[in-house]
Design a protein around this ligand. Structure first.
Ligand SMILES: [Zn+2]
Length: 225
């Protein structure tokens, strides 16, 4: 019996790893609210490039500003700790943001969209206007059958509480505090982003708190536990 069981187990493991590898998504915390996500073909960056160290928030190494041709920079708002228009050319991305934020870069560096919904190459992005400053958006992103949500700097819980079935919620510590346990009504995983340097966040049940440069596995089926 043992002889039969071992090959069968090997086949099952092989099949599983092949299907997972086909849809692999990996995320990395660059700093502040900057998350870089790649499926091996397309790269999506949230709130990057920003001004390293702006307002005392997290700096990043200069080599982070390497060119990623064909990438998308998804920007929540124009505060310098989230967006530095002058650095977009070095990153080589095209910018997706509210029209007033997109207007800060030359037309060639903007992605064309209606300001609410964007869809291309299996990537679906919905802008959710939220309070913080003029032109501030939170974003709901669907990619490879996963749903992500990026709060940006908003302090409003209203729009977030209307969400359901989010796979990963990227959220600031202060908004996570305001949400309390209610985040579990809207998301399966909660990842804290936009910490100040040296700021320790008192972890609460289920919170994931990555450090600078940490890789966050977003492979479908990953529970994050
Ligand atoms: Zn801000």
């Amino acid at each position: 019996m043992r002889r039969w069981l071992i090959p069968l187990t090997s086949i099952l493991l092989t099949t599983t790893s092949v299907s997972v590898a086909a849809q692999s998504l990996e995320a990395r915390l660059i700093g502040n609210a900057a998350i870089e996500i790649s499926d091996g073909t397309t790269t999506l960056m949230t709130d990057f490039p920003y001004e390293s160290g702006a307002f005392g928030y997290l700096p990043y190494p200069p080599e982070t500003l390497t060119s990623r041709p064909g990438s998308i920079c998804l920007i929540t708002h124009s505060h310098a700790d989230h967006f530095a228009p002058a650095l977009v050319e070095r990153v080589g991305c095209r910018v997706l943001a509210a029209p007033s934020v997109q207007s800060l870069v030359p037309a060639a560096q903007r992605l064309q969209w209606d300001g609410r919904r964007f869809e291309a190459d299996g990537l679906r992005i919905e802008a959710i206007p939220t309070a913080h400053m003029e032109g501030h958006n939170s974003y709901r992103v669907e990619w490879h059958h996963r749903v992500f949500y990026f709060t940006g700097d908003t302090e409003s819980t209203v729009e977030l509480l209307e969400q359901r079935e989010l796979d990963v919620l990227f959220i600031t510590p202060w908004l996570a505090d305001r949400m309390g346990d209610r985040w579990e009504e809207v998301a399966r995983r909660l990842v804290i982003y936009h910490r100040a340097p040296g700021q320790s966040v008192a972890s609460k049940p289920g919170w994931e708190i990555p450090d600078l440069g940490d890789v966050i596995d977003l492979t479908p089926g990953d529970s994050g536990q």
